[in-house]
Design a binder for this molecule. Structure first.
Ligand code: NAD
Length: 273
């Protein structure tokens, strides 16, 4: 599906992979783009820069929590109103809350299990949000087609929409990441199910699994973690740049023959822990 003249939504757009993806989509000629993030100052300034360069109101900034249903509806309503129906969805907002799944307390010998409320928080942002923002995209395309009297999508038509989820190499399991890894693995099942259903409306889905990308998220890891635990197991010997992931995401959007999952991991092959 060509990026040019389409309308996109990127969540987590104020930073890292989301920001780089939004910039790449702009470079490739989107008609309009919604930039969604918790961070008001960063997302507004980002939109201002894009619009100044474009000489028009190409980017719309939305500040809010992606887990808020009303906020989601507002983003889609206002974006469609300004630019037209959303056809590209990249739900990139994500968090991690890492710790061992089960720890034995030194003093008491008791087991300390990963807190369920923290697990649910990671689940809300990393799995439920991307799936629901994807379903909102599909729903709006489906309603629009229905209004036009269009039935089942036909391969002779152009692809109507593309959703790229941001997985992670951690979906294969990573020490200390029981909640994060579960959510990223969950995206695989959601994406393949949605693709089976949403092709009826001409919408495809895919998952990119980045390795370790040099973003503020990764900078939140403990000191020395990257040097000790990531780089020695990475064939490329360096972190991935957000722009490299953005480029791969746009490739997945543009090339409709690409389905399923793309691993962009810089050759990360961890030894057994
Ligand atoms: N950095 C990596 O190494 C790496 C690797 C694999 C996958 N990923 C995934 O890529 C995505 C982007 O990560 P990143 O490294 O660019 O992170 P980042 O921290 O640089 O950016 C994430 C953005 O999401 C926003 N955000 C977080 N929670 C939100 C919420 N509830 N509502 C609205 N906005 C919210 C933050 O404000 C931030 O701007 C995430 O899904 C992450 O899991 C990152």
């Amino acid at each position: 599906m060509q990026v040019q003249d389409k309308v996109g939504v990127v969540t987590g757009a104020a930073s890292g992979i989301g920001r780089a993806t939004a910039l790449e989509l702009v470079k490739q000629g989107v008609k309009g783009i919604a930039l969604v993030d918790l961070s008001e100052s960063a997302v507004c300034e980002f939109a201002r820069q894009i619009n100044e360069d474009a000489g028009r109101e190409l980017a719309l900034a939305f500040t809010g929590d992606v887990t808020d249903l009303q906020f989601r509806a507002q983003v889609f309503d206002e974006t469609s109103h300004h630019h037209g129906i959303v056809q590209i969805m990249v739900p990139a907002a994500g968090i991690f809350r890492d710790r061992l799944a089960v720890k034995i307390e030194r003093d008491t010998g008791e087991a300390n299990i990963y807190p369920a409320d923290v697990f649910r928080q990671v689940l809300e942002v990393n799995l439920i949000h991307p799936v629901y923002w994807a379903m909102e995209t599909i729903a709006r395309i489906a309603v629009d087609r229905n209004r036009q009297g269009l039935k089942k999508w036909h391969p002779n038509e152009k692809v109507q929409g593309t959703i790229i989820f941001i997985g992670s190499v951690s979906s294969q399991g990573n020490r200390g990441q029981v909640s994060y890894a579960s959510t990223k693995a969950g995206l695989e099942g959601a994406a393949s199910t949605l693709m089976k259903e949403a092709m009826f409306h001409g919408v495809r889905t895919g998952v990119i699994h980045p390795g370790f990308v040099d973003t503020p998220l990764l900078q939140g890891m403990p000191d020395g973690y990257v040097e000790q635990h990531i780089l020695p197991d990475t064939q490329l010997g360096r972190l991935i740049r957000p722009e490299e992931i953005a480029d791969a995401i746009c490739f997945m959007i543009r090339n409709s023959a690409v389905s399923g999952q793309l691993w962009a991991d810089a050759g990360w092959h961890p030894a057994a822990a």
